[in-house]
Design a protein around this ligand. Structure first.
Ligand code: TXA
Ligand code: MG
Length: 315
């Protein structure tokens, strides 16, 4: 199904009204958050949520994150607890998703949780996302706005590249500031990092005053965004490249000669913000291989390396 006329809407009262109306009508609207662009639908509307899976070509067992405008709205959907309170105070609104027990009677579509008894919730910080959520006034389910398995979008043009004709609209809010998906913290049992992202493991452990466990692939719960081949460009990806081979597209980091440099000054925040944009750019050329400089496994570097190793995984 690729026969819709996808509208590009602007961050104006009129654009926001149209976007919110599409959501009320069961339509799909891509919108920018501070992490990446999300593909939004009314989280309480089964048909609308089913269309997300269809548009993305995503396996239906993969649960979705619900985006909300304020804490009261979050508490209506999940069983809140002390740890959630602490991290929410420190990092919300922002690039952190919490997985909590689904509240009994919460009106969210079963397709959002993919049948789990937990729900992933997030309060985004970006102004466009907040304005849209406020206008719409209900929970919005939104995975990243790309075809399943592809690189996440950090600009409206990336969304159009993969979803033009499959969704009602994209709300254009420019580039995403963080550029990497949110950190996912499981708080339904002992605190567990389910996906590294914009907020680091060390930050979370410090805020909670306890060591946050890392999920190991052996004990995979249903967090299939963690399927190892994910974020896949068309080109093959060669990691930890300390020199370049003939014909490769060269994605550098630090003081190196390359085609695009994630951060000449080795600033990991800058590198995260550039990562998906630069992968998109290099992938649109002819090079069969994208070679990437080593990135230190520190702070945001952990999340960057996580995305890069998925981009490089066999498929
Ligand atoms: O930054 C982000 O998180 C972006 C923006 C749009 O908010 N969204 C995003 O969504 O990255 P998505 O669908 O690409 O990734 C959601 C991840 C998946 O790995 C999914 O399996 C996991 O969240 N997830 C969702 N609900 C879960 C649950 N109840 N328990 C465990 N993992 C869950
Ligand atoms: Mg994704």
């Amino acid at each position: 199904m690729a026969d819709l006329q996808t509208q590009t809407l602007s961050h104006t009262p009129k654009g926001l009204d149209q976007a919110a109306q599409h959501l009320r009508d069961g339509g799909l609207v891509a919108f920018p958050t501070e992490t990446v662009y999300g593909l939004g639908a009314d989280a309480c509307n089964d048909t609308a949520v089913a269309r997300i899976y269809e548009a993305k070509g995503r396996p239906s067992f993969n649960p979705l994150i619900v985006h909300l405008a304020d804490l009261e709205a979050v508490k209506a959907l999940v069983d809140w607890n002390d740890m959630a309170e602490r991290v929410a105070r420190a990092y919300w609104p922002g690039p952190l998703t919490l997985v909590l027990p689904l509240r009994e009677g919460a009106p969210v579509s079963k397709l959002v949780t993919a049948g789990l008894n937990t729900l992933a919730v997030r309060l985004p910080a970006a102004g466009v996302a907040r304005d849209l959520l406020q206008r719409f006034g209900g929970p919005v389910a939104a995975p990243s706005a790309n075809r399943s398995g592809r690189i996440s979008p950090t600009r409206a043009a990336h969304v159009m590249d993969s979803l033009d004709g499959r969704i009602e609209a994209v709300l254009d809010g420019g580039s995403c500031q963080v550029g990497l998906e949110s950190t996912i913290l499981g708080l339904a049992g002992k605190p567990t990092l389910l996906r590294p992202g914009g907020v680091t493991l060390a930050q979370l452990s410090e805020t909670l005053g306890t060591r946050v466990a890392e999920r190991h692939d052996a004990e995979t719960i249903s967090a299939p965004g963690q399927l190892s081949s994910h974020y896949a460009p068309r080109a093959h990806v060669r990691l930890n490249a300390v020199d370049w081979e003939e014909g490769e597209a060269r994605l550098g980091f630090g003081d190196v000669d390359c085609d695009l440099n994630l951060s000449p000054t080795e600033d990991l925040t800058e590198a995260a913000a550039n990562l998906f944009e630069f992968l998109h750019q290099l992938d649109s050329g002819d090079a069969p291989v994208i070679a990437v400089s080593p990135i230190p496994h520190l702070g945001l570097g952990v999340a960057i390396n996580d995305r890069l190793s998925r981009a490089a995984a066999e498929r």
